[in-house]
Design a protein around this ligand. Structure first.
Ligand code: MN
Length: 136
């Protein structure tokens, strides 16, 4: 996919850690994506009230409502049926991955993110999200 084609693709990043947000946003914007930034559930809700993103990167640990609860809320909305929600998580504990997937996340990316592989991972989830949408 070329950078030009990616420009129309919006990625909502929900992340309360400023350094993580800056790195993730930098990498995504450098790859040609449009980035919507939210530091908590309330800000994320306000953004999706204006437009539905093509993919969501969701920190699981947020102040107030946590990322998994917000994922469940978004996934309950019909307009999110073909929007991949990817957990961003520092949890490497056995069982967490299963818990996030069971809670509605479509995948997960471990933090600290790998600068080398991050864009490739995000792109994979965008492609598989589209394949899923075609089946409907
Ligand atoms: Mn956090």
């Amino acid at each position: 996919m070329s950078k030009t084609e990616r420009k129309s693709e919006k990625i909502l990043v929900v992340e309360d850690n400023l350094q993580n947000m800056q790195l993730v946003a930098y990498l995504l914007e450098d790859a040609g994506f449009t980035v919507l930034k939210a530091e908590d559930a309330e800000a994320a809700r306000a953004l999706v009230g204006e437009s539905i993103p093509d993919l969501v990167l969701m920190d699981m640990r947020l102040p107030g409502m946590d990322g998994l609860a917000l994922t469940k809320e978004f996934k309950a909305r019909p307009e999110f049926s073909s929007v991949p929600i990817i957990a961003l998580t520092a949890h490497a504990m056995r069982g967490d991955k299963e818990r996030f997937l069971a809670g509605g996340c479509d995948g997960y990316i471990s933090k600290p993110i790998s600068v080398k592989t991050f864009i490739g991972e995000v792109s994979e989830f965008l492609v598989s999200g589209k394949e899923g949408a075609d089946d409907e």
